[in-house]
Ligand binder design. Structure first.
Ligand code: GTP
Length: 432
């Protein structure tokens, strides 16, 4: 599942990490920088010495960054001029840099300067480094060397931008929707260069974490606890399914019937697809396989009447959930929209779920947007994720519709339905 995308994302993280390492090595190759500034190397070594109390040092540093006027014997960040004991960098500024740490944990809420992500939990000289940058508007070689000595590494912003361009291409070629790709890129850049809003546990690798957080933000949109909502709703719960023909809508309804049974909830199926010849037989086959009651009417009859009858049946027989199929005609069909509106008006379903196939990529994303615009959906099921190397639809649908993906279809068996867990998906894409 999504193997092509996984490879591309892994290419991005390793390329950036390589550049980070290269920059760090370059910095290391310039040991004379401070000496040329008239600095005693011993000063630098002393500055670079890890604090004896790493935690309190980190706290101090964060406090200093957050409150520039706070009393501290360390140089202040922000608009404060460097304190007298800060290391002077006479060297001309190199291109503006982004400092990233490639090891250790990142603090929950690292408060940092706008163009720098400096995070460290064992350094006493973070504020020194930041003030040096403020001092000369860029990070000099001495500062790079110092970052290296404190376990930090650096990447030039222009290098990062070229990686971001590669990432954009990778995302677009994996069928990620353009606005979603841009959102991911902005997120990665912000996570690498600005204040980190950490929502996932750290992998200890800042580049990978930046990408994970950014992906998580776009695919986690609108998530709610589907099981809890169904369990807590008044019974019967009515769920109506929309989506075009052939994407796996009928199969998904059958899979959900089994899913509910495994959670102690009974179901009745309703074939509201009265338009297509053979639709009754198709759903009947699933109902027979799963030993479920099914309500059908003749082809051409009113779909609302079918779902209505199923709801009545559920009330009379103490059935928990009504699963109603609808005709899979194209969303541009006024008939279809009128049909859904009529079901909405007369039955007021608890949820309308949009079903499409992950393998349809951009087409699935566009259809999700259009269906949601025409007849508001509550969530989506993406089928055939098992056959999709791209992952573009899985990443884009929630952000584009504002409604969550709730399940992935992962095969043709009834058990092949997986709740969509954004954190798990991100971990499987990026690696934990
Ligand atoms: N590999 C794979 N195949 C699936 C999945 N879900 C459904 N299919 C297959 O996709 C084909 C179409 O599924 P249907 O359930 O008939 O599709 P539908 O949307 O109901 O189609 P209509 O009834 O024509 O509207 C069937 O062969 C299913 O077995 C899935 O998650 N993975």
């Amino acid at each position: 599942m999504f193997d092509g995308l996984k490879d591309k994302l892994s290419g991005f993280t390793s390329d950036v990490e390589e550049d980070v390492d290269d920059d760090a090595l370059e910095a290391e190759d310039e040991p004379d920088a401070d000496e040329a500034d008239g600095e005693a190397p011993a000063d630098q070594a002393a500055d670079a010495e890890p604090a004896t109390d790493a935690q309190s040092s980190e706290d101090d540093t964060q406090a200093a960054a957050a409150e520039p006027t706070a009393e501290s014997d360390q140089p202040q960040t922000g608009s404060e001029p460097p304190a007298a004991d800060s290391e002077a960098i006479d060297e001309p500024a190199t291109a503006s840099s982004t400092a990233v740490e490639d090891a250790d944990e990142v603090p929950e809420e690292a408060s940092q300067s706008d163009d720098t992500a400096v995070t460290d939990d064992d350094s006493a000289s973070e504020a020194d480094s930041e003030s040096e940058e403020d001092d000369d508007g860029g990070r000099g070689l001495a500062a790079k060397a110092k970052l290296m000595a404190t376990g930090k590494t650096v990447i030039e912003e222009e290098d990062l931008q070229s990686h971001l361009d590669d990432l954009e291409l990778a995302l677009l070629s994996s069928d990620v929707e353009m606005s979603v790709a841009n959102e991911i890129l902005d997120g990665v850049k912000e996570n690498l260069t600005g204040q980190t809003r950490r929502r996932l546990s750290s992998t200890g690798n800042l580049v990978r974490d930046a990408l994970r957080e950014s992906l998580y933000d776009v695919i986690n949109v609108g998530q709610f606890d589907f099981d809890e909502r169904v369990q807590q709703a008044d019974k019967p719960v009515t769920i109506v399914f929309t989506g075009v023909n052939g994407v796996g809508k009928t199969t998904s309804i059958a899979k959900l019937a089994q899913y509910f049974e495994e959670r102690g909830l009974s179901t009745v199926l309703a074939n509201g697809d009265t338009y297509r010849a053979g639709a009754n037989e198709q759903l009947e086959k699933h109902a027979e396989n799963l030993d479920k009651k099914i309500i059908t009417h003749e082809q051409g009859s009113d779909p609302t009447a079918v779902v209505y009858d199923a709801v009545e049946y559920a009330k009379a027989n103490d059935i928990d959930v009504v699963l109603g199929d609808t005709a899979g005609r194209l969303h541009t069909s006024d008939d279809l929209m009128a049909q859904l509106e009529k079901i909405d008006r007369n039955i007021d379903p608890d949820m309308t779920l949009f079903v499409d196939e992950a393998v349809a990529g951009q087409d699935a994303v566009n259809r999700a947007r259009e269906f949601n615009d025409a007849a508001e959906i509550d969530g989506a099921i993406l089928t055939k994720a098992d056959a999709d190397p791209q992952g573009g639809a899985a990443i884009s649908v929630a952000h584009v519709t504002g409604k969550p993906i709730l399940f992935l279809g992962t095969g043709q068996d009834y058990g092949d339905l997986e709740p969509f867990d954004p954190e798990e998906i991100v971990d499987s894409l990026i690696g934990e």
